[in-house]
Design a protein around this ligand. Sequence first.
Ligand SMILES: CC(C)(COP(=O)(O)OP(=O)(O)OC[C@H]1O[C@@H](n2cnc3c(N)ncnc32)[C@H](O)[C@@H]1OP(=O)(O)O)[C@@H](O)C(=O)NCCC(=O)NCCS
Length: 179
Amino acid sequence: MQFPIKAKLKDGTPVELVLAENDDVAAVQDLYRVIVEEGTSYPHQHPLDREGVVDYWFRGKTTIVAYSTEDPRAEGLLGAFYLKPNWPGRARKVANAGFIVAPAWRNKGLGWLLGATMLDYARSLGYHSVIFNLVFSQNPVARALWVKLGFSDLGVIPRAVENADGTYQDAVIMFCSLK
Ligand SMILES: CC(C)(COP(=O)(O)OP(=O)(O)OC[C@H]1O[C@@H](n2cnc3c(N)ncnc32)[C@H](O)[C@@H]1OP(=O)(O)O)[C@@H](O)C(=O)NCCC(=O)NCCS
């Protein structure tokens, strides 16, 4: 599979998905700060420093970033995903991935494009399947998107995630076979 991948969002915006480089770390850090502040999709409670972002989003992973090609720098980072083995060694053919789309760029088909690209890429790298370990049960947009891309629920981790108000929500483990 070859990057960059060029595509158009539902609103006609031309986008390019490229393999992330060192220069993209700051943009991923900025977007992940927004995601952590939302507090509704990832476990971190506080923004990550640069080293934390490198560790969570880049180290041991393949990271893909999406930019608008009309004026890439002016628009900033639209979204990103990482792909990695979920386990080492004998279980390395089960992949894991994480996705983020900037709030202003949601509901334009970018999440679907990133997800479909991840599945093609994972297949081309020889993975047998993809598992999501911690899909927040109260994240209906993500859950519906993953079902649309071929994932199904494997199980529920009761009260896995603490909400901002101190209550807890379940997390769902989702799985997609690439065979
Ligand atoms: C989940 C996420 C990646 C989806 O990205 P996106 O670019 O908005 O995704 P898309 O535009 O491809 O699809 C969104 C779908 O959700 C639907 N949707 C939007 N708001 C919704 C809502 N409140 N309830 C149900 N569906 C909703 C849209 O209609 C669209 O469906 P359609 O394509 O069938 O019309 C993005 O919302 C995000 O980054 N969220 C925060 C991080 C996150 O949740 N990551 C995944 C963790 S498992």
